[in-house]
Design a protein around this ligand. Sequence first.
Ligand code: ZN
Length: 220
Amino acid sequence: MKTFLRIILGMLLASACMLALMRWFGTPSSVALRPLDPAFLRLTPQEMVTLPVATRFDMPLGSEHGALTYNARAFRMAGHLGDDLNGIGGGNSDLGDAVYAAGTGRVVYAGFPHESWGKMIIIAHRLPEGDEFGPVVQTVYAHLQAIQVRVGQLVRRGEIIGTVGTAKTAPLAHLHFEIRTGPYVNPGQGYADVPLNRISPQVFVRTHRGAAPEVLNPAP
Ligand SMILES: [Zn+2]
């Protein structure tokens, strides 16, 4: 009996030490990156109705109209499921540039799903009633250098959520930006022969930015 108690005590002590060490050597940044939580794979009806309504969307890089940026690989070009947004300086000149939330919503994923994606953020947005893409769309920001939001956080349109970075399959810095319809939260794939649940980010933002092109400042 004594030996048994000693073993139990030893195990308790060992796990306490392990926990202390894990705390000590854990992620030092204020943003803890976590693997995909299956609980976030699908938004529940309650999660959907409590999303803030996004009445307007802007481009996530450059100015709110996307000035000083260009789209190096557009939606569906060779099976690409998003837009590759770059600063007009080309190369790595946009490395570390601010990435903005395209619309008001809630962060439903923030992490490192795969080395081809790099660091990635997904924000869910509820659209006003009657919108053809509603009730929920998700904006996806990949190949980030830094993530500055956490899962569950509410963000406003135009708020800085991270910075432009690279990934294993994206050695030159750019922002891979996608817009997806529906409640399924999953990093998924960036290329496919069919559009899956992705829609053209440029077309979506153009029709949801709340102002006609002629009243926006033109890109220099
Ligand atoms: Zn891309």
